[in-house]
Design a protein around this ligand. Structure first.
Ligand SMILES: Nc1nc2c(c(=O)[nH]1)N[C@H]1C(S)=C(S)[C@@H](COP(=O)(O)OP(=O)(O)OC[C@H]3O[C@@H](n4cnc5c(=O)[nH]c(N)nc54)[C@H](O)[C@@H]3O)O[C@H]1N2
Ligand SMILES: Nc1nc2c(c(=O)[nH]1)N[C@H]1C(S)=C(S)[C@@H](COP(=O)(O)OP(=O)(O)OC[C@H]3O[C@@H](n4cnc5c(=O)[nH]c(N)nc54)[C@H](O)[C@@H]3O)O[C@H]1N2
Ligand code: SF4
Ligand SMILES: [Mo]
Length: 668
């Protein structure tokens, strides 16, 4: 048996360092790499048995073509050769281009793997053939927009700094499920006497990590943060020296926004009592080095960017940035040391002919403005389950005049709509290099075993398609190893020694410039509470969309799966999906514990079993996970039948939490 270092490839801020044990060309076990600066030797339960994913009997083994009808419940496919599969795709692309124009080809992909090679593997190819490009807005661009409006390109705070904080706020983040390694630092801080507060809409798995909890009404954190800013100003708790030196626009914020935004008004909007808001604001402002870890959930509303911007103003006003342990971590993705430039061939003049927001997949397929889509190439994503407004997405995928290719590790629900299904490798069957969007350590994950069956990596398939489309660019001829070399040597911020270590497979934490936290990379060089370049120069309260229905629906993350990845595993629980309701609300609707109900709005209706839970706030319903159709509570649709494709206020982000529903007992 031999052990190799690698990186967890999934869409998770932790990007854990792995030690993979291999014997006879099989992965036998996986554990955490102790030498990893952030993940420090532990993994989450999802990855504890990665070998079961890699060697799952459900892995796709060879290319297939559809011989039956499209859609859920229909899966008649036969094996074909790679040659036939690739020729069919290329012939279709050529025909689509000549009949409908190149823009009627659409690539749809996301972060099934976060690898710097495999994730953007197709970006340049599809631009080069003139296809419609898709943005990457499904996750949390609004959170980025909120940070950038105030801090521009300032480097993110290193997450390990949290251990030096005396007050940690886990704000809209379910860290036990989604960023578990930050809890390592949280626990060190707690041992040193730090207080931990959680701000969420419901009692999450992370609840027990905190001393104090605040429940807000969904989509209202902007009101809470503005109320706190009012109190901090009113009670003389702002750090005026810091503000004078480092902040632009504090007076404008106070005079034009905060003076009118009383705690009473804030309380009405966010549901937190005035007394509790004062307690939180005082605790926050009096802490020496408060650290906020900001999650993405609260950015997925129609007002998401503005909510995040208001929260981002807090450490500026109390001067948290000047102290070790103080600041706010939104995302470290803006501070990547190895970027996607090499893979995207950013220097080549081949701009996307048309760029569409990915959250609008349904509309693009059914009711496009401009050229209709006739060929769809999906990889590293499962939009039949994870995209919003599922009924419309699936209606589009059902179109007879749409040719769909899905490159996948498993036969997901999206495969059921494919004309051609291609088998994909897992991270231990191809070479890649990984950044993180939660910390500063990068590492390589090299090919450790032969591909399962005839599976191929994203890059292998794309470079083969490029050849068959007649593209002669040198770029497509590179191997994944060549690309890793190019990516590492293109990074000017990594020393030669570190470059060598990375190439040898060691996880390397980047050295940050001294005083980076006070080096504000904005046009003014200051924190911009007033930003003249933003469409809204000042922060203000914006409401979420809502749906004029009585209940907010919280679709939280499930600790057992990651988006719809890991759904291929076996679960003991006979009822994977449940809905939880406050018993007082249930009684109003005559609903008993364990009833099957229908939750619905003008986009769809989902049947689900509901259970009483005193911890659920009134006016909200909670369910966890974006499960495969076969695991869903309703035979026909999954939970995204209820969510909308409405964008966030900035960044064309998704608004998965901005959804309201009606509830009634299901007809039996
Ligand atoms: N186990 C597991 N891990 C995951 C994932 C998964 O599905 N499962 N998904 C991965 C991905 S793609 C991502 S982007 C990250 C996301 O990870 P997080 O940043 O943690 O984002 P979410 O889990 O979507 O939302 C976090 C919390 O926000 C809360 N929330 C919702 N609305 C509001 C609000 O208005 N105000 C406040 N204060 N809180 C609100 C939710 O209840 C939830 O507890 O996690 C990654 N890791
Ligand atoms: N209701 C609701 N919906 C949500 C969310 C939510 O919180 N609530 N979260 C949203 C968020 S934050 C995100 S990021 C999206 C994510 O949505 P998706 O991008 O659809 O993510 P996954 O469901 O994990 O699907 C990734 C797929 O990629 C495949 N894959 C893995 N590695 C490779 C590879 O190397 N090559 C190929 N070809 N395939 C590979 C996996 O088998 C998996 O099926 O979901 C969004 N959907
Ligand atoms: S899913 Fe996240 S926490 Fe789990 S092993 Fe992968 S990177 Fe680490
Ligand atoms: Mo995400």
């Amino acid at each position: 048996m031999k052990e190799y270092k690698s990186v967890c490839p999934y869409d998770c801020p932790d990007a854990c360092g792995l030690i993979v044990s291999v014997e006879n060309n099989r992965v036998v076990s996986v554990r955490g790499n102790r030498d990893h600066a952030f993940t420090r030797g532990t993994l989450c339960p999802k990855m504890a048995h990665y070998e079961q994913v890699v060697h799952s009997p459900l892995r796709l083994q060879y290319p297939m073509k559809r011989i039956g009808k499209k859609g859920i419940g229909e899966d008649q496919y036969i094996r074909i050769s790679w040659d036939e599969a690739l020729d069919t795709i290329v012939n279709n692309f050529k025909e689509t281009i000549s009949t409908h124009g190149s823009e009627s080809i659409l690539r749809y992909s996301y972060a099934g793997t976060m690898g710097v090679i495999q994730s953007p593997a197709a970006d340049y190819f599809f631009r080069r053939i003139g296809a419609t490009d898709q943005d990457r807005g499904i996750c949390s661009p609004a959170k980025q927009a909120g940070f950038r409006s105030i801090y521009g390109d300032t480097l993110a705070i290193k997450p390990q700094e949290a251990q030096h904080s005396d007050l940690i706020v886990l704000w809209g983040i379910n860290a036990t499920a989604t960023d578990v390694h930050i809890l390592h630092d949280v626990n060190i801080a707690k041992k040193n006497g730090a207080q931990v507060w959680i701000i969420d809409t419901h009692k999450t798995y992370t609840f027990n990590q905190a001393h104090e909890h605040i429940y807000v009404k969904p989509g209202s954190d902007g009101a809470l943060a503005l109320g706190m800013l009012h109190i901090i100003h009113r009670d003389g708790l702002a750090d005026i020296d810091f503000i004078k030196k480092h902040v632009q626009g504090y007076d404008e914020l106070v005079n034009d926004v905060l003076l009118d935004f009383t705690p009473e008004k804030a309380s009405e909007l966010c549901g937190v009592s005035v007394e509790r808001m004062i307690e939180f604001a005082h605790t926050y402002a009096k802490a020496k080095a408060p650290f906020i870890r900001l999650g993405s959930g609260l950015s997925r509303y129609g007002n998401g960017a503005m909510n995040c911007r208001a929260i981002n103003a807090l450490p500026a006003v109390v001067g948290a940035w000047q102290y070790l342990g103080g600041g706010l971590l939104s995302s470290a993705s803006g501070s990547k040391f190895v970027g996607k430039e090499v893979m995207q061939q950013a220097h080549v003049d081949a701009p996307a002919k048309r760029l569409m927001p990915m959250i609008k997949l349904g509309e693009m397929l059914t009711n496009p403005s401009g050229t209709a889509v006739h060929s769809l190439y999906v990889f590293s994503s499962n939009p039949a389950i994870t995209a919003p407004d599922q009924n419309v997405v699936r209606k589009g995928l059902m179109r007879d005049d749409l040719f769909t290719v899905v490159h996948e590790r498993f036969f997901t629900d999206t495969c059921k709509y494919a004309d051609i299904v291609l088998p994909a490798t897992t991270s231990v069957e191809h070479d890649d290099i990984y950044n993180s969007y939660g910390h500063y350590t990068i590492g390589t994950g090299y090919k450790l075993i032969d591909p399962i069956g005839e599976s191929r990596s994203n890059w292998q398939v794309i470079s083969e398609l490029a050849k068959r489309m007649g593209l002669t660019d040198e770029f497509f001829k590179h191997s994944e190893r060549d690309l890793i070399d190019q990516i590492v040597s293109a990074s000017h911020r990594i020393s030669k020694d570190d470059q060598n270590l990375i190439l040898q497979g060691e996880p390397v934490e980047m050295t940050l410039p001294e005083n980076y936290k006070l080096d504000f990379k904005t046009p003014s060089g200051k924190i911009e509470l007033y930003n003249p370049h933003d469409v809204e120069p000042l922060i203000r309260y914006l409401p979420p969309y809502g749906d004029s229905a009585p209940f907010w629906l919280i679709i939280g993350n499930d600790i057992r799966i990651l988006d719809s990845s890991f759904c291929e595993l076996e679960f003991d629980d006979p009822e994977l999906i449940k809905l939880r309701i406050n018993p007082k609300d249930a009684k109003v609707y005559n609903i008993n514990d364990g009833d099957e109900v229908e939750i619905y709005n003008n986009r769809g209706s989902v049947k689900i079993k509901v259970y009483y839970d005193e911890e659920v706030q009134r006016g909200t319903l909670v369910t966890l996970g974006v499960w495969w159709q076969s695991q869903s509570s309703d035979p026909n649709v999954a939970i995204n039948a209820l969510t909308a494709d409405r964008p966030t206020d900035q960044g064309w982000g998704s608004t998965f939490y901005d959804v309201q529903v009606h509830i009634k007992k299901a007809d039996v």
